[in-house]
Design a protein around this ligand. Structure first.
Ligand code: AMP
Ligand code: ZN
Length: 479
């Protein structure tokens, strides 16, 4: 089975086949940098990151472009409230965006274009649309003439009468048709502006994305992603502008990420119910937040609550315990020829192969991370159970388990991105536990069973299990 993507344009699961064999061009609508991002914004950014990682895992060469909207009404208003300039506010929040997303293990896109650095290209695109009679100028503003694009509404499937009632459509008597939207806004006093053939002003939000997507990826792109709220009017308008200007399809697969909710309501700035990603990252390791955010399929709503993060935290503990233990078997000097294949090996090898194909099937079915994680954790459970027992499983088999588990976890970014953290934790945890085991052993030698039991029981409460063997005591995280 090859990769299938749910295309919001056709509202169907479609076989994925990029325009140029082996290469994928992808555009994802980035943040409007008027504030820090919340974990809802992070969900959309993370889905983009995982789609890109998975496509790369499948052997595609991916070019990802994600914009920063660094000029916008919200930025101007916020800057005014804070007594700073819009450009300073956008710069600070743009830097914070990269800091936060990198802490979450989100890889940088190939290009992060800023709207303010593409003004001449936007003016050119607007002029093309004016020349094609698809736009008109009123008092220094330029409006897109929705009526000129017969396919308008094809993404959102809204009929003209529904469009009038659509969100974010402003009432403006200067428009020929209430559905028309501005591509260039005439400057208002005190606002930042750029020169243009129509007077001083600034670009509208929709033209920014049409322009930056086409400049960096060409007139037709393979995948265009964003949160579900962007489908209308933002993406509908991007299509109208781009397709009328070029006469070519703009994006071939439209991917929309469902909202992260909190108590059943969309997490959003205007709802004032958000949690900044940086605050969540101060509380939880980043892979825990990643695990939580991809624990549901991206087209399903996901509800935030502290218990879900605790569940993710304990899942990640099991995963790390498993991989760190398996790593010990993944040693080069080990002589594989000397091992026999036992029945236990055959069973585990078959479980590993099953998990690997389940992972690919799940991710090939519209990037179903929830199912992919399910498969990984069922193998983790099986492997963890086999540790410390005389299971007869060979080093080769454990080595294979390590390879497959670490590779698939890397695609989801729930393991290697935090190798440093894990190493850091292991660096402290290992000697600390060795010390505790030594103290416990001394207590046992002196028949001080109270101390010995207390150490064992209290560690158990921390999910750490002590095993007493003939060679001495060892510890492991409980699975
Ligand atoms: P904004 O900065 O509001 O333009 O949002 C940046 C990105 O985050 C857009 O792709 C939005 O669709 C997305 N987004 C905003 N709120 C949420 C949410 N609660 N859940 C998922 N994505 C969201
Ligand atoms: Zn956009």
């Amino acid at each position: 089975m090859g990769l299938k993507i749910y295309n919001s344009l056709s509202r169907q699961l479609e076989d994925f086949s990029p325009l140029t064999e082996g290469h994928v061009s992808m555009y994802s609508c980035g943040p409007t940098v008027y504030d820090y991002i919340h974990i809802g914004n992070a969900r959309t950014a993370l889905v983009t990151d995982i789609i890109r990682r998975y496509l790369t895992y499948k052997g595609y060469v991916v070019k990802l472009v994600q914009n920063l909207t660094d000029i916008d009404d919200k930025i101007i208003d916020r800057a005014q409230t804070l007594g700073t300039s819009p450009s300073q506010l956008a710069r600070t929040n743009g830097e914070a965006y990269f800091e936060d997303t990198q802490r979450l293990g989100i890889q940088l896109a190939d290009v992060h274009p800023k709207a303010t650095e593409h003004i001449p290209e936007m003016i050119k695109l607007i002029q093309t649309l004016i020349d094609k009679d698809a736009a008109y100028v009123v008092d220094g503003s330029v409006y897109y003439r929705v009526n000129s694009f017969s396919e308008y509404g094809k993404l959102s499937r809204r009929k003209p009468e529904d469009l009038l009632a659509g969100a974010r459509v402003e009432v403006d008597e200067r428009k020929e048709d209430p559905r028309d939207f501005d591509m260039w806004k005439a400057a208002k006093p005190g606002e930042p502006y750029w020169d243009s053939p129509w007077g001083c002003g600034r670009p509208g939000w929709h033209i920014e994305c049409s322009c930056m997507a086409m400049k960096h990826l060409g007139e037709t792109i393979d995948i265009h992603a964003g949160g579900e709220d962007l489908l209308f009017p933002h993406h509908e308008n991007e299509i109208a502008q781009s397709e009328l200007a070029t006469g070519k399809p703009f994006a071939r697969y439209w991917v929309h990420v469902a909202f992260l909710k909190i108590n059943g309501t969309r997490m959003g700035k205007s709802e004032k119910n958000f949690i900044f990603l940086r605050d969540a990252l101060d509380k939880y390791p980043s892979e825990v937040i990643r695990h939580f955010l991809i624990s549901a399929h991206y087209r399903h709503p996901l509800d935030y609550n502290p218990e879900s993060l605790q569940t993710s935290e304990s899942a990640l503990r099991r995963l790390n315990n498993c991989l760190e233990t398996l790593k010990k078997y993944d040693i080069e000097e080990y002589n594989s020829a000397s091992q026999d294949i036992s029945q236990a090996d055959t069973a585990l090898l078959s479980a590993i192969e099953t998990m690997q194909s389940q992972f690919t099937d799940a991710m090939d079915t519209d990037f179903n991370t929830a199912q992919a994680i399910g498969g990984i954790f069922s193998l983790v459970g099986q492997v963890n159970k086999s540790f410390g027992t005389s299971s007869g499983i060979s080093h080769q088999t454990y080595s294979r388990a390590y390879k497959v588990l670490s590779e698939t976890c890397q695609v989801l970014g729930i393991y290697t991105m935090n190798e440093q953290d894990v190493a850091g934790t292991a660096e402290i945890l290992n000697p600390l536990l060795e010390l505790l085991l030594e103290i416990r052993q001394n207590a046992r030698n002196q028949k001080d069973w109270d101390t010995s039991d207390k150490i064992r029981d209290q560690l158990k409460q921390l999910n750490i299990e002590i095993q007493d063997t003939h060679e001495g005591s060892t510890w492991k995280f409980r699975s």
